[in-house]
Design a protein around this ligand. Structure first.
Ligand code: NDP
Length: 393
């Protein structure tokens, strides 16, 4: 039985904590730590008495984080704070020998740019210390990578193209709000698009490429090409890949608000002088927008996230669609969090379970598609994220 330390008590952290408690036959102790202890207390109050312990932590501080890992005896650390904390928490794991899991790749607060470089650079140190690091174990990245690994293992000799299709058809009733941390979300969707073809990254203007996709159980939705981090590792790990793209749905109201906010400078991440006070516009906007955790009770509708892969099996062309549909209200009923937090928060708990059970083991820093997808796919079916496969003619 393992001790798991979850860092970050937002919407995603709430779900991860719930799922670890649901799997308490694998975790002898569960600790939830975050910057604001009141957020941990709120989550603790909704769980059975004694199910978790809580702690205050500033995870920007490696020494403090390592001390908490040591004092709690954590074997596994799940980082569901912000991407800014990835490196400090990884370094704390390296110091203490605890396995590391996250759901989003490292990003520096001052530059809206994310990549695996600095996390992958820690591979040798993790390997030497005999420590396991599991990167990108949310839904996308995370489950989408595992869908690709599953397609590669069971359906193809070579996969030539992959489209990752992320649809949130939830309606929260606000004119504008983001479903996870607004700062991280808006940095991601306002950036240039990028996809990979024949060994090269091709850059597009934000929202330049649009297609309409018919999402099962949801319907037709405008889907826009974005850069998304799982493509960076999938181009390395999928055999024969010629092209990979990522599409996400956005409604007209969201896009109009976002363009307007961008045009007036509210998405800027540099400091602006306001009557002698230094203010970062995007941080001010985050403070004004609804807290994503508060969207749970208001959100109705479904998410559908999946991959379409096309390639060859025994010389014949083949195309499959693997997807997962979640219902916002059902997710809220189970965990008091909407489906975006739910779909992102369940997978890191499942990754921790597979590590604790010895089904996923390694020394070094890995992306999820480097492990056997089968036990993870089984867990998804049993733990609230059932998936489907369709063969497309
Ligand atoms: P929230 O902003 O709701 O929660 C983040 C939590 O982390 C907050 O409780 C915050 O504390 C805490 N935190 C921030 N900085 C620190 C710090 N220095 N030390 C300790 N705790 C800290 O975000 P979400 O729950 O929406 O998202 C969490 C993570 O999940 C993000 O990294 C996001 O990118 C990722 N994500 C991944 C997805 C995937 O599918 N792969 C999808 C959606 C999200 P405080 O309460 O004080 O602000």
């Amino acid at each position: 039985m393992a001790t798991v330390l979850i860092i970050g008590a937002g919407g995603v952290g709430r779900v991860t904590t719930n799922k670890c408690v649901h799997n308490s036959h694998v975790f002898k102790k569960i600790i939830l730590a975050s910057r604001t202890i009141a957020r941990c207390e709120e989550i603790q109050q909704d769980l059975p008495s004694g199910a978790i312990e809580i702690a205050q932590i500033d995870a920007d501080d490696t020494v403090q984080t390592a001390e908490l890992i040591k004092s709690t005896g954590a074997d596994i650390v799940i980082n569901v704070a912000l991407p800014y904390q990835d490196l400090t928490i990884m370094d704390a794991c390296l110091k203490t020998g605890a396995a590391y899991i996250d759901t989003a790749n490292y990003e520096h607060p001052d530059t809206a740019h994310f990549e695996y470089k600095e996390q992958w650079q820690r591979h040798d140190a993790f390997q030497k210390a005999g420590v396991m690091g599991l990167l990108g174990c949310g839904f996308d990245p995370g489950v989408t990578n595992i869908f690709c690994a599953y397609a590669q293992k069971h359906y193809f000799d070579e996969i030539h193209t992959i489209d990752i299709l992320d649809c949130n058809a939830g309606d929260h009733g606000y004119p504008f709000a983001t479903n996870f941390n607004p700062e991280i979300n808006l940095r991601e969707v306002s950036a240039n698009g990028r996809y990979w073809e024949e060994g090269e990254w091709i850059e597009t203007q934000p929202m330049e490429i649009k297609m309409v996709w018919d999402y099962p159980e949801v319907g037709k939705k405008d889907s826009y090409l974005l850069y998304h981090e799982e493509m960076e590792s999938l181009v390395k790990h999928i055999n024969g890949l010629k092209r990979i793209r990522f599409f996400m749905t956005f409604g007209e109201s969201y896009l109009t608000h976002m363009r307007c906010l961008e045009n007036v400078g509210m998405l800027r991440i540099d400091e602006v002088d306001v009557d002698g006070q230094k203010i970062i516009p995007l941080k001010l906007l985050k403070a004004l927008l609804p807290d994503p955790a508060s969207l749970g009770p208001r959100t109705k509708g479904k998410t559908n996230i999946g991959i379409v892969a096309e390639g060859l099996k025994e010389g014949a062309r083949k195309k499959i669609y693997i997807y997962q549909v979640s219902d916002h209200e059902a997710c809220y009923q189970e965990t008091k969090a909407q489906a975006v937090s739910y779909t992102a928060g369940v997978p890191p708990a499942l990754g921790a379970k597979l590590i604790a059970e010895g089904k996923w083991q390694g020394q070094g820093v890995f992306n999820v598609e480097q492990f056997d997808p089968d036990p993870f796919m089984d867990e998804l079916n049993q733990q609230g994220l059932p998936w489907k496969i369709i063969e497309i003619d």
